[in-house]
Write a protein that binds this ligand. Sequence first.
Ligand code: SF4
Length: 219
Amino acid sequence: MVCDLGYVFDLLIRWYERFGRRNLPWRTTRNPWHTLVALVMLRRTTSRQVAKVYEKFIEKYPTPESVLSSSEDEVREVIRPLGMENRRSRLIIEMCRVIVEKFGGKIPCSLEDLLQIPCIGPYTALEILCSACGVDVMGMDTNVMRILCRITGSEPPKQSEILRKSLEISRYIPKGRCRDLIYALTDFGALICRARNPRCNECILRHCCEYYARKFQSS
Ligand code: SF4
């Protein structure tokens, strides 16, 4: 790898401060429930679609308990604009049931506890720890993996290795900046280091990037 990962993260955060979508409502909250709602909604769904539903949902359901006191039909109706509303409403209700029964209605701030909640895998658990609990850790979803693999010139980790690898790279997060870094990687992956046709010539990381070196400087 050409550059230190801490330096790469620092550049990404600075890029986010100038070009990122910092005003999305779920990026300004520290409420763990609101963060969890947004993460569940954002799966396979665009920010634009989620923005139409997120605020209405948390206003109607300010706590996991409030979801359980509603009917599945009502929950389904609120999230209908997101699509997959049958599956999503069942998952949200099941998730709330476990949060209320096992954790007294509070979203726990421990990796082990978070992984006991349906719908929460390692990536979501790490993102909640970061976004809502103030712990400097980050998960690796396909977007993060694509960007980091291109920069470092490495292969994506195997499924069984992702959690270990996530905790390993978390050591390089600038102190107290994991939220900004996660949002930076999300936006950078959508706007610059896109899955197809990455915009390498406009990229602030090209001097650090193995993919760029191989593709554009090999001759
Ligand atoms: S130079 Fe290209 S491949 Fe490398 S990080 Fe930037 S956009 Fe991604």
